[in-house]
Design a protein. Structure first.
Length: 388
């Protein structure tokens, strides 16, 4: 049996943050009914690279879900959502705060009809505070949460990490909140509650020592390229042929093994470098020693030597490397599936790995409104012309 079998989830969100939370719950067996706009559906259907008019990203984000197309601005659409919410365990939304209230679908109204409902609300700045009404995207959450200031090279334009990490972090925090609320409801006899997730807070939550270092020392951490400030050695080092190797030699014992592997027993035995604080003070010297060794060797030889010394190291993967990698294959992280029209497609596998109730791909991403008739039939809703 799936871990979340029997859990009824109503997904009202669009694009990334809300739907990624729905995807994660669906991967582990939740019955996720995704409500999409009648005109075109979720905009993610046409984001990035399209195959015969549909984004292949959509095939990942909406797998294992059912689609019902509704106009949430209409009385009929709002009535349909209220009927679904009355039976749901969880409702997910990532609209601007106040939007659902304007449609008569706010927390108070839905909670009164279904006291056990858990509502996950993902927004840029949260449901309260002076910024609640500002529109917020993941990129803004990354900036306000402190991440963007740390990325890239010093004195250069701060860069984004290449994916919408702020949205995904918010989604994962939302899933954690939903699971905690479900436990409270089922184990402690509680009712439903609101899980209020802000994009900027989700980013800020993973900023490690950023705030206490500022409070205690006035330190404003900034971009440091490929290095990890305050932890040494940990960097990307050039190899012969233009490749870079990532080396994490920051453990005390690991550092000694690394230095011996590169022929620098003098640094391995230097008492001033026995602990991290001493290494941080001399990180330029250490990095120079490592570069002098890696730059004369092909990355394959570097990796082999460091593996023999039990030093954590790795190459920088492209997606082509990922698709061909034996570890990805062995862990089921490259899954051959198909879309709703039967076309084959490789998609990422499911995380995390549960030993007894692992997640699985049950159904491909749905066509727009594909399950409208079945959902209405089960609840006695009137059929809408032109919707399947």
């Amino acid at each position: 049996m799936d871990a979340l079998a029997g859990l009824k989830v109503l997904e009202l969100g669009q694009l990334i943050a809300g739907p990624f939370a729905g995807k994660t719950l669906a991967d582990f067996g939740a019955d996720v009914i995704k409500i999409e706009p009648l005109d075109g559906g979720d905009p993610l259907r046409t984001w990035r690279l399209l195959r015969e008019g549909t984004s292949v990203w959509w095939e990942v984000q909406s797998r294992n879900k059912r689609s019902v197309a509704l106009d949430l601005r209409s009385a009929e659409g709002q009535a349909a959502v209220r009927a679904l919410a009355a039976e749901a365990d969880v409702l997910i939304e990532n609209f601007k705060p106040g939007t659902l209230e304007g449609w008569g679908l706010g927390w108070e109204a839905l909670h009164a009809a279904n006291p056990k409902l858990i509502m996950l609300r993902v927004s840029g700045y949260g449901q309260t505070g002076p910024y609640r009404d500002k529109p917020g995207f993941g990129v803004l959450g990354e900036a306000m949460g402190g991440l963007r200031h740390l990325t890239g090279e010093p004195a250069r334009v701060p860069v984004r990490c290449g994916v919408s990490i702020g949205d995904t972090l918010a989604a994962l925090h939302g899933v954690i909140g939903v699971l905690m609320a479900l436990r409270h409801r089922e184990v402690n006899g509680g009712q439903g509650q609101v899980v209020d997730v802000a994009l900027y807070e989700s980013v800020f939550n993973v900023m490690e020592s950023l705030l206490p270092e500022y409070d205690a020392f006035g330190a404003v951490r900034g971009a440091a390229g490929s290095a990890l400030p305050g932890i040494a050695p940990s960097n990307a080092y050039p190899c012969a042929g233009g490749a870079y190797v990532l080396i994490g030699g920051n453990g005390d014992g690991i550092f000694k093994r690394l230095m011996r592997a590169i022929g620098r027993a003098d640094l391995a035995d230097d008492p001033g470098l026995a602990r991290n604080d001493g290494r941080v003070a001399r990180v330029a010297e250490i990095d120079a020693a490592i570069v002098a060794w890696t730059s004369q060797r092909a990355i394959e030889d570097v990796l082999a030597a460091l593996a023999a010394a039990a030093v954590p190291a790795g190459r920088i993967y492209t997606v082509a490397d990922i698709a061909a990698d034996a570890q990805y294959q062995a862990r089921g992280m490259i899954v051959q599936t198909h879309d709703a029209d039967g076309r084959p497609l490789k998609v990422p596998g499911i995380v995390p790995k549960l030993s007894d109730t692992p997640g699985r791909l049950r159904t491909p991403a749905p066509k727009l409104g594909e399950h409208g008739e079945a959902v209405r039939g089960a609840r006695g809703w009137p059929a809408r012309e032109g919707e399947g």
